[in-house]
Write a protein that binds this ligand. Structure first.
Ligand SMILES: CC(=O)SCCNC(=O)CCNC(=O)[C@H](O)C(C)(C)COP(=O)(O)OP(=O)(O)OC[C@H]1O[C@@H](n2cnc3c(N)ncnc32)[C@H](O)[C@@H]1OP(=O)(O)O
Ligand SMILES: Cc1cn([C@H]2C[C@H](O)[C@@H](COP(=O)(O)OP(=O)(O)O[C@H]3O[C@H](C)[C@H](N)[C@H](O)[C@H]3O)O2)c(=O)[nH]c1=O
Length: 229
């Protein structure tokens, strides 16, 4: 077999938040024509390098695999026109008092993740989504976390981030059997802020979430591959 290489030009940006949280030395490729040629020597300065490429960039997919990258997960990005039809549901805003229960739920329910073993420690993924939902309640990453309750118990939650005047993104969304109500809550949150486009992403393998987003009116905008070395 002939060995060959496909040149990839990229900067490697250190992932400082992740490095502190996971106690690793990781970076992410910023692929761009005109950036320096990617070599094994440059990659070796990090213990982990992530790459996110469009699902259509198959030559790049080959090039990265030749450099030792492995496919970790696929991602689908969707968008929904918020519209004006009233999407109000009986949700409430999570407060600090909800954090322990939300952390526990988030740590268990997001079973499909790119922060998985063997790339990360077995407990890292759960710890990551627990931190994510806590930060959403505190407004330090996502801006707010909405809750759906049945009696006193939390049935589901959705965290929201406003990206700019016209766009928002769902961070985390979870609640078996109440996905539709959570999407309505997210749409209502957008309507209250005059946001026109609601974005959401999930793993290619998460068919239940993909079905939910499409049934709630979202369309697929793009797909991507996550690779790690
Ligand atoms: C932006 C993001 O956070 S993406 C991640 C989305 N969240 C998750 O994956 C968390 C776990 N899943 C859930 O909370 C919910 O299933 C949602 C929000 C994805 C969808 O909710 P709903 O639209 O109400 O659908 P529902 O929960 O009833 O699931 C639909 C079917 O998929 C099944 N299903 C859902 N998740 C899983 C899973 N992880 N593994 C196996 N089956 C599953 C359900 O059992 C159900 O099957 P059924 O119709 O035979 O009863
Ligand atoms: C909590 C928190 C996180 N960050 C950083 C850490 C990461 O670099 C990014 C988040 O990365 P993302 O690619 O969005 O992560 P996931 O692949 O896990 O997310 C997808 O799947 C989830 C289940 C969910 N559907 C999500 O919407 C998807 O994108 O942010 C940070 O800087 N500060 C923080 O507080």
């Amino acid at each position: 077999m002939t060995t060959f290489s496909i040149p990839v030009h990229a900067r490697i940006e250190s992932l400082s938040w992740e490095n502190q949280f996971f106690a690793v030395n990781s970076g992410i490729l910023r692929i761009k024509d005109g950036a320096p040629l990617l070599t094994a020597q440059r990659l070796d300065t990090f213990s982990r390098v992530q790459a996110k490429i469009s699902g259509q960039q198959i030559v790049l997919l080959d090039g990265l695999q030749l450099l030792g990258f492995k496919l970790v997960e696929g991602e689908v990005d969707l968008a929904l026109a918020v519209g004006t039809q009233n999407a109000a549901t009986s949700v409430e805003l999570a407060t600090s008092a909800d954090i322990p229960v939300l952390r526990d739920l988030a740590a268990k329910i997001f079973t499909q993740s790119r922060f998985r073993a063997p790339w990360y420690q077995p407990a890292d993924s759960g710890r990551f989504y627990a931190q994510w939902v806590e930060n959403a309640v505190l407004g330090t990453f996502d801006h707010e976390c909405l809750l759906l309750r049945n009696g006193g118990a939390i049935q589901g939650f959705v965290s929201m981030r406003q990206l700019n005047e016209s766009e928002a993104r769902i961070g985390l969304l979870a609640g078996r059997g109440v996905g539709g109500q959570l999407m309505d809550a997210a749409r209502f949150w957008c309507q209250q802020r005059g946001v026109e486009t609601l974005r959401v992403a999930t793993q290619t393998s998460n068919t239940a979430a993909l079905r939910r987003y499409i049934q709630s009116g979202a369309n697929i905008e793009s797909t991507a591959f996550w690779l790690y070395r």
